[in-house]
Write a protein that binds this ligand. Structure first.
Ligand code: NAD
Ligand code: GLY
Length: 343
């Protein structure tokens, strides 16, 4: 079992291990007095792990209530958020109680936002069950739901009080869902750590080690720029076009797959790096291109929240393991994507 400390919010530990779901109650009781725990999960994850998590919490003295929503990105919206908030009220959750997100990034983002809003904020714990949530979304306090206009347009920065990642839960992930997390891990490697990139791109790696390394990198960034004003924007490598792809595909192309394509497009000015990203994607079962035109992608991307006036911040690689922000005029975006689309 490994621990990474994140010094954001009130500060919290990310506990990473294998087969540690049965100890959830004990880990949670170490940071929160036994209370009512409102467990939010989706209808794929809850039947797999809900009973074990609730039993462990009860054994540690917590009372549990659960709310289960339909799995998938299409549930990451105001309607699910509102249903969770109403269910919290019906369960008489108070300010001293706890919300727990048990699931992938959709669950963590949505339940995290509900925790931020309910009674102006109650404590919450992240239990990521996808590789993507383990390496990225469960840490750092970005919570959000999507609006019709785009991804994550309604959200809050709200840190959990604890994150517990049991990598054994990845055993039940469909191959493509695991690959979504591989894309985000390649992203962390491409931005900050060439060795991590090479390890993941080889397709032969230990997921616990990769989760730990990604979380160490992310913790460092979040500690320096929790509110996404500068450094943290680097974590959006591949995301400007990635979010556009997700939206245009009506979420049939999942987040990690879309980011994988976005990284290929965003690295077009560096052919050597782009070649290694393409090879890594292919080795790991990730796509390298999509069917949308540069015009469609640019339009969709421009409703993205990262636009600031007439400019948009793109993340581009300088070398493998180092990315930088590049500010371009919105009028240049289509041309930029056009060049990046051609492999
Ligand atoms: P997801 O939560 O939809 O999970 C993918 C699928 O896997 C779902 O059908 C889910 O039910 C299923 N699943 C989850 N755990 C499982 C398990 N252990 N076994 C079997 N099936 C399981 O998607 P995701 O890829 O985890 O997350 C994507 C979301 O995360 C996107 O909305 C993205 O925007 C968001 N995200 C947020 C951040 C952040 O910093 N907050 C970072 C990256 C991505
Ligand atoms: N996943 C991007 C961020 O947390 O900033």
């Amino acid at each position: 079992m490994e621990k990474v400390r994140v010094n954001a919010g009130r500060g919290y530990d990310c506990i990473i291990g294998s087969g540690i779901l049965k100890n959830i109650g004990e880990y949670t009781a170490a940071v929160k007095k036994p209370c009512k725990a409102f467990v939010v999960s989706d209808d794929t994850v809850y039947p797999l792990y809900g009973a074990q998590v609730e039993a462990s919490l009860k054994a540690a003295g917590f009372e549990t209530v659960h709310y289960v929503f339909k799995a998938g990105e299409n549930s990451k919206n105001i309607s699910t958020l509102s249903d969770i908030l109403e269910a919290m009220a019906e369960a008489h959750i108070t300010r001293s109680d706890l919300a727990i997100a048990l699931g992938g990034g959709v669950c963590g983002d949505t339940a995290g936002l509900a925790a931020a809003l309910y009674l102006r904020g109650i404590d919450f714990v992240q239990i990521p069950t996808t590789f993507l949530a383990g390496v990225d979304s469960s840490v750092g306090g970005k919570t959000a739901v999507n609006l019709n206009a785009g991804k994550n347009l309604m959200g809050a920065f709200y840190q959990p009080i604890l994150c517990i990642c049991d990598c054994k839960t990845f055993d039940t992930l469909p191959k493509e869902v695991f690959a979504d997390g591989v894309a985000e891990s390649l992203k962390y490697g491409a931005i900050f750590d060439e060795k991590l990139f090479e390890t993941v791109a080889s397709g032969d790696f230990d997921s616990e080690n990769v989760v730990k390394r990604c979380i160490e990198l992310k913790a460092d960034v979040v500690e320096k720029d929790e509110r996404d004003l500068g450094l943290r924007q680097l974590l959006n490598f591949g995301h400007t076009v990635g979010h556009a792809i997700e939206k245009l595909s009506e979420f049939k192309i999942t987040h990690g797959h879309a980011v994988a394509i976005g990284m290929v497009i965003a690295s077009y000015e560096k052919p050597g790096i782009r070649k290694r990203i393409i090879e890594g994607n292919i080795k790991c079962g990730l796509p390298v291109s999509c069917e949308f035109s540069a015009h469609e992608l640019a339009n969709a991307a421009l409703s993205d929240k990262k636009r600031s006036g007439d400019y948009i911040n793109l993340v581009v690689p300088e070398k493998l393991g180092k990315c930088v922000l590049k500010k371009i005029n919105v009028s240049e975006l289509e041309n930029y994507i056009e060049k990046g689309l051609h492999i």
